[in-house]
Ligand binder design. Sequence first.
Ligand code: GDP
Ligand code: GDP
Length: 437
Amino acid sequence: MKPVLALVGRPNVGKSTLFNRLTKSRDAIVADFAGLTRDRHYGNGKQGKHEYIVIDTGGFEPDASSGIYMEMAKQTRQAVAESDVVIFVVDARAGVSAQDHDIANYLRRLGKPCVLVANKAEGMLEGVQLVEFYELGLGDVYPISAAHGQGIRSLIDLALAPLQLLDEEKDEAEQAGVIKLAVAGRPNVGKSTLINVWLGEERLVAFDLPGTTRDAISVPFERNGQKFELIDTAGLRRRGKVFEAIEKFSVVKTLQAIESAHVVLLLIDATQGVTDQDAHIAGYILENGRAVVLAVNKWDAVDEYQRELVKRSIETRLPFLKFANMHLISAQKRQGLGPLWSSIAQASKAANCKMSTPVLTRLLLEAVQFQSPKRAGMFRPKLRYAHQGGMNPPVIVIHGNSLEHVTEAYRRFLEGRFRKEFDLVGTPLRIEFKTSA
Ligand code: GDP
Ligand code: GDP
């Protein structure tokens, strides 16, 4: 199946010129439908071993309600619907127009992969004149010159990349379907007890993971079809088939375990409540941006009064882990252990969440509409668009003006909206603000 690229943009930005470049020929495939030829051209293209189909469209006015423009809009919508990737062409020399905004809004709502291309950019210094196109909320702007044939090859690579990426990601996800799990906590919270209970379970199937040596403190296992690797667990040593706590608690080992884990299961001792050391470990987890699940162990050994105290100490001393699921368990009595697994899987999934620029930007603008940021003196922060800046933990980068005046309360408000929408339970979420000059 050849991927289909649709060229969209207002009239005169250079779509036909680009179409000829991308197809290197004039032999349109289906150029002969009456009434179609003018507004929708199909062409074959090939780069390296990658073949693709390009659809050229007439000028596009999404809101056109009559006459020739309405027909063009209809043609364009059909082309977009048929395509895998949209190439949105704007005019680098003319700058952003109201029409460009309308088209961008329309494309953002579709949520299809979209490459924003600034044509007629020959001789222009990239990044200087092009920054304004970021306003369109479609991410990076890619400069080309269709007339001079500049940037065309990389444009094709860029346009086809999301499609190839989908394939690669599938492979990677399958290979990397292993969740690296660290059980962290102070000495005596019950880490080795819990791990040995796990390893003794029949449902747990050990498997060989390439690259892990037998004597390393790393145990690959599978549970309910999900592969896990229990990594070098802080403060523990494997002796034969069982884990034992080592005499001395090692901060370095704890840190290393947290750093190399995908998900950290943080154990708290119910009989002790949250101690300084617990708070420190929790702080490291957060600093490293690790996904986390909280488990209060030895729940069997505390009475009602103590239970209330523990819950309260978690609220007051670990308020920054509110995003994490908490479980009340007894490793020794094997109580409450089952639900840990779904929380671990959920945290891992949230940490690797992919958020598209169009969806993020829509959420951002909806949030702003619901409640706009407070004015600070002369400045009112203007939030324009958002894109994902990283994964594991997810990072959301928000662009706009005067963003240094966004308050912490407002940042938390945005975080809450994003968390809710993407179901981000168990992972830290970072929000960065970038003010454009
Ligand atoms: P369309 O209406 O979007 O299909 O645009 P066309 O491809 O017909 O081009 C519109 C005008 O822009 C024509 O005069 C082209 O010669 C010119 N044009 C197209 N590409 C470029 C370019 O890369 N640089 C410059 N300077 N002009 C271009
Ligand atoms: P580690 O240092 O974190 O590995 O902790 P251990 O697993 O060695 O446990 C420390 C002590 O707590 C041992 O005496 C365990 O028997 C006890 N312990 C572990 N889990 C539980 C639990 O769920 N309930 C109770 N009452 N005691 C537990």
